[in-house]
Design a protein around this ligand. Structure first.
Ligand code: CP
Length: 302
């Protein structure tokens, strides 16, 4: 079976094919009839062991636009609460003649583990602090849409790099597509060996913004932090929070992205999140076309 487990495992060519396929689906989504019969004979289970708004809904919508049959599983309210294992849960879902699994799980490597034990296609919809491949694809697709190309662009990822699967998948995708990548945040939220991934590191958010064409701003992931957070959210907002005044002071146009959910007033003020710099809702829109492309290509075994 073919899977999308992470951006690390795929090539620049694979990403370009996903983008070209997503271009076609984006055209379809702008038509009065948004549905195509491509996955009419395919059944997909969205299996979510962690909360989600954008990823879960846009996978479901992508599947429905492709005419797949869809079932949704959320661990809260399921027999996981009675002690059923991940593998038993998924094998029971597959026994109902399901062809593909889209899975979000809090444990890094959970979809990789699954891929060694089941025959169905697996799409990783986020595994703990590890990877979130479809988010990185829709992010780079949105940069390409706004700026014409990803190659040669300077992209800074700002915030909680340590706990972010979005950061890691974005670093892989952006580098494969030829962007220059910087990470910026307090040193307590930067992994020790992050430079070994070939990224620039900047602690000063003003310098990072002055350098970049695009700033991808991340949420502080309090739910993944073992120790009491340092700095506090108030200090984080003071030193790393981005508002319209800061953007205006740069004397150049930069693009602001955020994977969501935004903690308004912490990493981004409302006047920055809702400004003309922001392509945050374009990212969400593009998520549907990107996920249609990924599911279509996996199902077609291209
Ligand atoms: N970007 C993202 O993964 O958002 P959700 O957690 O709401 O799916």
């Amino acid at each position: 079976a073919r899977h999308l487990l992470g951006i690390k495992d795929i090539t620049a060519e694979d990403i370009r094919l996903i983008f070209e396929t997503a271009d076609n689906f984006k055209d379809v989504l702008n038509r009065p009839i948004k549905k195509v019969p491509s996955l009419r004979d395919i059944t997909i289970a969205n299996v979510f062991f962690e909360n989600s708004t954008r990823t879960r809904l846009s996978f479901e919508l992508a599947e429905k636009r492709l005419s797949a049959d869809v079932i949704n599983f959320s661990s809260s309210g399921s027999s996981v609460k009675k002690g059923e294992t991940l593998l038993d849960t998924v094998n029971n879902i597959l026994a109902m003649k399901v062809d593909m699994i889209v899975m979000r799980h809090a444990s890094p490597g959970a979809p990789h583990f699954l891929s060694r034990h089941i025959k169905a296609n697996i799409v990783n919809a986020g595994d703990g602090t590890h990877e979130h491949p479809t988010q990185a694809l829709l992010d780079s697709f949105s940069i390409r849409e706004k700026l014409g190309d990803v190659a040669g662009k300077k992209v800074v990822i700002i915030g909680d790099i340590m706990h972010s699967r979005v950061a890691l998948s974005n670093i892989f995708a952006l580098q494969k597509l030829g962007a220059e990548v910087m990470v910026c945040g307090p040193s307590t939220l930067l992994p020790k060996h992050i430079q070994s991934l070939g990224v620039k590191v900047e602690l000063d958010v003003r310098k990072a913004l002055a350098w970049c064409d695009v700033a991808n701003v991340l949420r502080i992931q309090l739910e993944r932090q073992q120790m009491k957070y340092f700095p506090s959210l108030r200090e984080y907002s003071l030193y790393y929070g981005i508002d319209k005044k800061l953007l205006d002071s740069l004397n150049k146009e930069i693009t602001i992205m955020h994977p969501g959910p935004i903690n308004r007033g912490v990493e981004l003020s409302s006047d920055a999140a809702d400004s003309h710099h922001s392509i945050i809702l374009n990212q969400v829109e593009n998520g549907v076309a990107i996920r249609m492309a990924v599911l279509y290509l996996l199902a077609s075994k291209v």
